[in-house]
Design a protein around this ligand. Sequence first.
Ligand code: F3S
Length: 641
Amino acid sequence: MGLTIAQKIIREHLVSGTMEPGQEIALRIDQTLTQDATGTMAYLEFETMGIPRVRTELSVAYVDHNTLQSGFMNADDHRFIQSAARKFGLKFSRPGNGICHQVHLERFGKPGKTLIGSDSHTPTGGGIGMLAIGAGGLDVAVAMGGGAYYVTMPKMYKVNLTGALRPMVTAKDASLELLRQLSVKGGVGAVVEWGGPGVATLSVPERATITNMGAEVGATTSIFPSDDVTRAFLAAEGRPEDFTALASDEDAVYDKVIDIDLSTLTPMIACPHSPDNVVKVGDIAGTKVDQVCIGSCTNSSLYDMLKVAALLKGRTIDSSVSLSISPGSKQVLTMLADCGALSDILASGARVLECACGPCIGMGFSPNSGGVSLRTFNRNFEGRSGTADGRVYLVSPETAVAAALNGVITDPMTLGEMPEVTMPDAFKIDDSAILEPATPEEAGDVEIIRGPNIKEFPAGEPVDDDFAAPLVLKVGDNITTDHIMPAGARILPYRSNIPHLSQFCFEVCDKTFPERAKSAGRSVIVGGDNYGQGSSREHAALVPLYLGVRVVIAKSFARIHAANLINAGIMPLTFADPADYDKLSQGDRLKLSGILKGLDSGEILLQDGNDEIRLTCSFTDRQKKILMAGGLLKYVAGEAE
Ligand code: F3S
């Protein structure tokens, strides 16, 4: 039987396990990346493991999330990461150099390699044929130390592309169409491979937009073949030697095939507050817009920016709209400046922001209260913009420009001809903002710089056979990591200070939760379907751990968050019968018994007053050991002894 692209890369990197969907496999990891919001914690964890240098082929520490320095906190964290990278043998991408996924694609990604990153949009690397997976910081720390990455062997889905995109219809619209069809849960447990004759019509930046948005269908990752288009991209980046051809076998077998004819797509839009709440732009045309943001790791490539500049050229944005443009990297910004496109953007009335995540993470450009914000980003969860009642819509750069010009949601196909955009054959290479690590000989003398904002992370406890604790919080379906641990300028500077962060835990759902959880000592949270969807933010596990949460019971969990909970030492358990969710009420005193046996049998009994409720779990042997050790760090430390 033939193999898919992902199966071929997995076979090459398999350390243990069998390639049966649903089974746990261990993968050798070639490359890692971290961003600063999760990286501080990952380097504290790496340091705790006591391994002197990273053992991967390449590890890069990026600073792109919290680049604003309106106090000592972010600046201190940047220095901490920079000094840790220098000591431990990582490259360090300075603040301002760009968004991790954009820069990694430009400068480091290689077809056929494995990459894990402490950011949920790491699958962007699938645009050049990497097996690139978002993971928790702890998993990344272990991979940096040369340990394998454990993941459930995914099913294989294929999106079969035919035709070609029409002008003003984009790769983003193809992503939104897939979200419309599959929903935010439709890709869980699967790798989505994009293939078919339509693939050859898509450039690497367009492919990367699609693999980036694949995180929103919940997929383990998404991947494209590595072909002549990939070869040309790597050559333009001055790295032709990094090219390897990659394709699935003719007789590869897929668990699901979805057909999309690119030529039939129209501009699409995801309405508040979920990326799968997708309709055609034309269906809601005329809706008043207050703010437009173009950028993020989804749509900030040179190709996107050149199209935006071409559409804005000679036009002025509507006086009621505020437009921000964040180029994805220093390379993109420099090339925009060199060719004059930046001047066209500025002349239109746009504000040009730093090459960083910025508004995507609620930093520096939040909408007005109750405002409508159109964004070329990948997520529109409630509160993520930094404005609690902001209404965020997700669109392509073309649709974003159309709205900025007209002040209302506008189908870009009504703008007239799309001006021709020519991509250069060679990009401008300047890696001066990527710092090299110290040599192994120098590393011993490098001091890690710690400001007062760097606090220790909480330690988990080994699970007991019996456990009794109050249900301190009951929440509904699709709780995101933004609900659990909000982002935004007020909070993110404290990402290495868990005690401070804990005051904001679940504040969108219930402001009194932190105090209640703290005074309960040990506690339980109950959630609905898809608990923990969204980012790879391990703070969404570490902060509840700090507040005493030891068990989360839900109808179902998002993949990365369930892994983060286990790594933190919190047990994620599911209802055997989802209807039992209704029997539990906040404040109930819950009792779990026979836990140790239940970890093996997959069934644990929960007592709530007179009700007996069956809970299930399907932990791998390694996950059981992690829970019994009190979290991944304690487990790894125990193994190393
Ligand atoms: Fe940054 Fe937003 Fe991407 S926070 S890494 S631009 S999803």
